[in-house]
Design a protein around this ligand. Structure first.
Ligand code: R5P
Length: 288
């Protein structure tokens, strides 16, 4: 069932699974409230909900909760496909007194008859342990690697992770492309949100650099990383991510620092979301 935030992706997944499509239409009231209307009645069915919770995150989340509630009332069992899981980054109490938003959501979701959850490049896979049903994060890296191989003729390429947390992802992409990977040292001020990328001697002169991250939100991390890589002589900077949230002027901010091209998966719809991950999700669902 394609949720209102993921109509195209949900329909693609349904096609590949030969599944019926149950429509869930959203109406947004002038005060911002959402209302969901299902296209037909169901009872005791297995329903896959596809709903990415990208911005406006709270709106897409509440729509998801309404859908789970309606299906639970009809004694359906639910498989959740949440390609981008909003709030996945608030998975700990970083500063004293902070709510662990992800844990709060996991507790809420546990009140519905969810059998499995599938997500894509979840920010910190170990935090899937908050959910009391089996939850799995698919890696979009193979789809990203295929796209890069087909689309670009790169000169001396190297993969870069903007931070330590993304190093395994950059290494996985580097392995698929048969190139080296580099990890930058990024720090974020937990109070101001300001990002700093440590200055170090980077051996990227004359090379084409592929920066890979899970999420591009404001574009700040990528902009800072690109500035440094260009300073050390990178020839071309291609940026890729799974979840292109592209808040405000993220694309402009990155281009101003020298990003030559940006591409993302269609977990989140955006002008750069060119890599289709529906078949990766569908084949995982077939294996359940
Ligand atoms: C953080 O650890 C994530 O992996 C991303 O690097 C981060 O969310 C990107 O945010 P922004 O685009 O606002 O710098």
């Amino acid at each position: 069932m394609p949720g209102p935030a993921s109509v195209e992706l949900g329909e693609n997944i349904a096609k590949q699974l030969n599944a019926d499509v149950l429509t869930a239409e959203a109406r947004i009231f002038p005060d911002g409230e959402s209302k969901i209307r299902f296209g037909k009645e169901v009872y005791k069915e297995n329903v896959i909900i596809v709903q990415s919770t990208y911005p406006p995150v709270d709106r897409h989340l509440i729509q998801l909760i309404f859908m789970m509630y309606w299906l639970a009332k009809r004694e359906c069992s639910i498989i959740l496909v949440i390609p981008y899981f909003g709030y996945s980054r608030q998975d700990k109490e970083f500063l004293k007194g902070e709510v662990i938003s992800l844990q709060a959501l996991a507790q809420l979701f546990s009140s519905y008859p969810v059998k499995h959850m599938v997500t894509t490049d979840f920010h910190n896979i170990s935090a899937l342990g908050y959910f009391n049903f089996p939850s799995y994060s698919i890696s979009a890296v193979p789809a990203i690697a295929d796209y890069i191989k087909k689309k670009y003729e790169l000169k001396n390429p190297v993969c870069v992770s903007p931070d330590f947390g993304g190093s395994a992802r950059a290494e996985a992409l580097a392995n698929l492309l048969n190139v080296q990977s580099i990890v930058l040292k990024k720090e974020r001020d937990r109070i101001t949100g300001e990002v700093r990328v440590a200055e170090e001697d980077l051996r990227v002169a004359g090379k084409d650099v592929i920066i890979i991250d899970d999420i591009i939100s404001t574009g700040g991390s990528i902009a800072k990383a690109t500035r440094l890589l260009k300073k050390y002589g990178a020839r071309k900077v291609i940026v890729t991510c799974t979840h292109a949230l592209l808040v405000n002027d993220a694309l402009k901010k990155m281009a101003e620092q020298g990003v030559d091209e940006a591409i993302a998966t269609n977990c989140v719809p955006s002008p750069i979301s060119k890599i289709d991950i529906s078949s990766l999700i569908a084949s995982h669902l077939k294996s359940l």
